[in-house]
Structures are given as C-alpha cells and as structure tokens.
Design a binder for this molecule. Structure first.
Ligand code: ATP
Ligand code: MG
Length: 341
C-alpha cells in the first residue's frame, strides 16, 4: 500500500468550481478556463503514489500548483473532484475531530511563507505542535531546544519572529516540523529563503535525518539541483497538470516534454547519473571492446569515475559491491550521454 495516494484530483478556484469542472475534464486549458469563466485551474487530473519512507519532490514553475497539491494532503484545501488517501484513509472522510488528530500526529508542515505565530517566541513556536499533542511544558522545552539547536538557532530561543531574518524564520518552521516527529513531513519551499551555504547544510541535515528516521517527505522546490539531491522520485507540474513522475535519472535521461527539458537542460548530468543507468548488460555489449577495461562500481556517479577514463581509450566494466560484473560502458557513448539533451 502506498503511504499517500492521489487519484484524479482536480482543484478549481473561483465562485462555482463544479460548474467549470466538465470543461476542464473535456480538456480546456488553464488559460481558456480563466478567460472564459474567470476560474483558475489549480490542479488538473493529478494522480500519484508516494511510498512509505521516500522523499517525493514536487517541482514546477511559479503558479504550476505545487502548494495547492501539498495542501490537499492535510486538507488545508479540499479537492473539487478526486480522492486523497493517506495510509488508505480517504482524508475527505475524516470528521472534524479526526482531522485535528490527523494533523497533530500524522503530518507536520513547513510552510512556504513560514507560518509562525508573531506573538510567540521561537521556543514557543517550535513547541506549538507538541503543546497540541498534549506534552508538558518541560518536555516541550526540552525537545524544542534540541530542534532549535539542530537548525542552528541556539541563543535565539526567546526572540520573536519579527526579530529574525527570513532564513532564520524558515529554520524555526523547520524545527517546529521536526519537533512533532510525525511520519509524514510536508515541506513547501522549506529551504528557498535560506542563503546558499545554510541551504546546502540544511539539505545535508535532511538527508542524514532521513537516512535514520525514514519519514515520508513531500518536498516542494523550484530548484532542480535541490530536487535531484533530495528526491527518490520527482513529480513535475505544469499549469496544474502532472507532466512527469520519475527517479532523478529518469527525469534527466528521458524528459517527457519541452517543459521538463527546459528544467533539466543545464543540469550537470555527470553529477546525477550513476554507472548502472548508462551501462549495457553483457548481452547488449558485444560491440564494446573488452581488451582494456577500467572497473567502476555500479553506484558511482559519472563525475566520480570520468577522470579515470577521460584520458584513455579504455571502456568501463561495471561491477557491484561484491565485484560481480553487471555490465559495460563504452568510453565514446559515455561522452555522448553527457551531452545529449
Ligand atoms: N486561494 C486561491 N484562490 C484562487 N486561486 C488560487 C488560490 N491558491 C492558488 N491559486 C491559483 O492556483 C494556481 C496554483 O497556485 P499554487 O500556489 O499552488 O502555485 P505554486 O506552484 O505553489 O507557485 P509558487 O512557486 O509561486 O509558490 C495559481 O494559478 C494560483 O493563482
Ligand atoms: Mg507555492
């Protein structure tokens, strides 16, 4: 069973969304709908599955529907049509009490625009979810201080949000989400307000945390490098439509359309493609000269083994951890895979 499953979800914003739904289902575009009816298509027939313990990254240009999508998961937004299942439960079936319970214990969220309480201090903001979970003040403060420390804000715990920079407020939001220790974390542009060094540091922290805790994370970003770094799978939205879902390698090797191509065109392929993705298996590799082979591990990124072969004519023999031969890469084809778009 998927941890999260979204089936044929439509979201239309405006005075009378259901009256517009048939037009959207008939294939009218977002622009046509806006022009003819004044309604905005937020999501257009989105279906996807997210596995337990994976980081699913949602990418797309501004206005493509990323925040709208993530807000359906904890029902900050109700769909115009379609269903959202979390651990098999249709979130639309939750009554008020169950929904409160679900938001407190199942999911935490880091908001794009921080969403902090202005009249609460940093430590009170971080501890808010714990307070809602019924934890005592001592326990709250202990956990909150740990998380404040984890995001590098020790010393600021008694300040108010307005006294902090945008990046610092974003880290308070992150600490608050970490504090509640829910198994699903929704992160809407969680790192976008951070400067590059802290951003890269926070990405690393999230990867380390994830390796240990195996939470299910839905992470929104504009940034392709961030999505490649964090995502087990990446979904790409364009005008409310999910145009491609795949692993980072799949997105880069086979972009589904021009929109996805535009996203991936400047990526450094060598950084994100592993040997096993481009190798040929033994029976496909008859044309590869095996007289002078250089061994590479199947999980090595091209960037890491390229220097070994770039000044030679040697082809690569791809092996697994135990040294078993898994396939071959021709030196020449490797060069072309790096430039193909
Ligand atoms: N409450 C709302 N009322 C009306 N239209 C909305 C509302 N929320 C979102 N929209 C519209 O839905 C579309 C998707 O918006 P959304 O905020 O999900 O985009 P996004 O991908 O998160 O963009 P950004 O990267 O700028 O945050 C946009 O066209 C937006 O104008
Ligand atoms: Mg958004």
């Amino acid at each position: 069973m998927s941890k999260i499953e979204i089936n044929n979800v439509y979201k239309i914003f405006g005075n009378n969304p259901s009256s517009v739904l048939p037009m959207v289902k008939d294939g009218a575009t977002k622009d046509e709908i806006l022009e003819q009816t004044g309604h905005t298509v937020g999501l257009d027939n989105v279906s996807l599955k997210i596995k337990e313990g994976e980081t699913f990254v949602c990418m797309g240009l501004s206005g493509s529907g990323k925040s709208t999508l993530i807000r359906h998961l904890n029902r900050l937004i109700d769909p115009t049509d379609g269903e959202i299942l979390v651990e098999g439960t249709n979130v639309m079936s939750l009554d008020k009490d169950k929904l409160i319970e679900f938001r407190r214990h199942k999911m935490s969220m880091v908001f794009q625009r921080f969403g902090l309480f202005p009249h609460k201090t940093v430590i009170q903001n971080v501890g808010y979810g714990l307070e809602m979970q019924g934890k005592s003040e001592d326990e709250r403060n202990k956990i909150s201080m740990e998380k404040i420390d984890a995001v590098g804000l020790t010393g600021f715990e008694n300040q108010y949000p307005a006294q902090l920079s945008g990046g610092m407020q974003q880290r308070v939001g992150l600490a608050r989400a970490l504090a509640t220790d829910t198994d699903i974390m929704l992160m809407d542009e969680a790192f976008s307000a951070l400067d590059p060094l802290i951003r890269s540091d926070m990405q690393k922290q999230l990867i380390d945390l994830q390796a240990e805790l195996k939470k299910t994370i839905v992470f929104i970003t504009h940034d392709l490098d961030e999505s490649l770094r964090l995502g087990d799978h990446i979904g790409i939205l364009n005008s409310g439509k999910l145009v491609q879902v795949g692993t980072p390698e799949e997105i880069i090797m086979n972009p589904a359309d021009d929109y996805v191509k535009a996203f991936v065109k400047d990526v450094n392929r060598a950084k994100v493609i592993k040997a096993k993705i481009i190798m040929k298996t033994a029976d496909q590799a008859n044309d590869i000269d095996k007289s002078n082979l250089i061994k590479v591990n199947e999980d090595e990124f091209i960037e890491d083994f390229l220097p070994k072969i770039v000044c030679s004519d040697s082809n690569c023999e791809v092996v697994d951890k135990s040294g078993n031969v898994k396939g071959y890469i021709s030196n020449k084809e490797l060069q072309s895979s790096l430039t193909r778009s």
